[in-house]
Ligand binder design. Structure first.
Ligand code: ADP
Length: 248
C-alpha cells in the first residue's frame, strides 16, 4: 500500500510539473503566433516573408503540442458533445480497416443504433483506437478483433455505456496485468508504455472506468464503462426519471 501511495504521489507531482511546463510553454510561444505577421507587414521582401511563415508554423505546432499536453495532464476537461456511437464506430472502422493486417478480422457491433453518449469525440476515438491497435499488435498470428457497444447501468441504476475491445491475441500473465497502467511500462521493442495510462486518464476524467480481463494464449478484453449523461454524474444524482411528455 505504501509503495502504491508513493507511486501515486510521484505520478501526481509529474503531472503537476508537466501541467506547469506546458502552461508556461503555451504562453512563451504566444508571440510566435502573432509577431511573424507583424514582421511581414513591415517588409515586402519575399524571403523574409517565407522565414516569418516558417517561424509562425513552428510556433503554431509548439503551441498545439503544449495545448494537448496540458489537456492530457489535466484529464478530460475538453468539451463534451452528444456522440452517436454508431457514427463513432463507423469512423473507427474506416481508420482501422486502412491499416488492418490481412490475418486480423474486424467486427464492430453496436447493440442499439440509437446508442449515444456525452463525451469528447476526439478523446473517445483516441482511446478506442489505442485499445484496438494494442489488440491488433497482440495478434501476430491473426484472429478476431471485436469492438462492441451496449447499454448498461451502474449499481444505482444510472445509465452507462459499455464499450468493449476484445482480441484473440497472446493475452497477459499476472506480471503484465499488474503493471499495465504504469507509465512507460511496455513489452514492445518500440512501445512507449503511455497508451494505456493515457486511456485511463481520459476515461477517468470522463467519470468512467476501465476493466481488463485476460488469459495468456487466449486473448484479452478491455471494457470501458462511461456515464451516458454527463450532467447526471456531475450533480452526483441518481438517474432522472424520463419525463412522461404530457405535452401541456
Ligand atoms: P505500448 O503499447 O506502447 O506498449 P500501452 O500502455 O498501450 O503501451 O501497453 C502496455 C503494455 O500492455 C504493452 O506493451 C503490452 O505488453 C500490454 N498490452 C496492452 N494491450 C494488450 C493486449 N490487448 N494484449 C496483450 N497485451 C497487451
Amino acid at each position: 500500500v505504501e509503495a502504491e501511495l508513493m507511486r501515486a504521489q510521484r505520478l501526481e507531482s509529474l503531472s503537476l510539473l508537466a501541467a506547469g511546463l506546458s502552461h508556461d510553454l503555451r504562453n512563451i510561444l504566444q508571440p510566435l503566433l502573432i509577431m511573424p505577421e507583424l514582421l511581414k507587414a513591415r517588409t515586402p521582401d519575399p524571403q523574409l516573408h517565407h522565414l516569418a511563415d516558417v517561424i509562425a508554423e513552428c510556433g503554431r505546432r509548439g503551441h498545439e503540442m503544449a495545448e494537448s499536453m496540458l489537456s492530457f495532464v489535466r484529464g478530460s476537461r475538453n468539451t463534451r458533445e452528444r456522440i452517436q456511437v454508431a457514427h463513432l464506430f463507423e469512423a473507427i472502422g474506416l481508420l482501422l480497416r486502412s491499416t488492418l493486417p490481412a490475418q486480423v478480422s474486424l467486427h464492430l457491433e453496436v447493440a442499439d443504433p440509437a446508442l449515444a453518449v456525452d463525451a469528447n469525440y476526439t478523446e473517445l476515438q483516441q482511446v478506442l483506437l489505442n485499445l484496438a491497435l494494442n489488440a491488433i499488435q497482440a495478434m501476430p498470428d491473426g484472429g478476431r478483433l471485436t469492438l462492441r457497444a451496449e447499454a448498461d447501468a451502474d449499481p444505482r441504476g444510472v445509465e452507462r455505456l459499455r464499450l468493449s475491445v476484445n482480441d484473440e491475441g497472446v493475452g497477459m500473465g499476472p506480471e503484465v496485468m499488474g503493471r499495465l497502467f504504469n507509465p512507460f511500462f511496455t513489452t514492445k521493442p518500440n512501445g512507449t508504455g503511455l497508451g494505456l495510462i493515457s486511456c485511463k486518464r481520459i476515461i477517468e476524467g470522463a467519470k468512467g472506468s476501465i476493466q481488463v480481463a485476460s488469459t495468456p494464449g487466449v486473448g484479452s478484453c478491455f471494457v470501458l464503462l462511461l456515464p451516458i449523461r454527463a450532467e447526471v454524474v456531475e450533480q452526483a444524482q441518481p438517474a432522472q426519471p424520463v419525463a412522461a411528455g404530457t405535452g401541456q
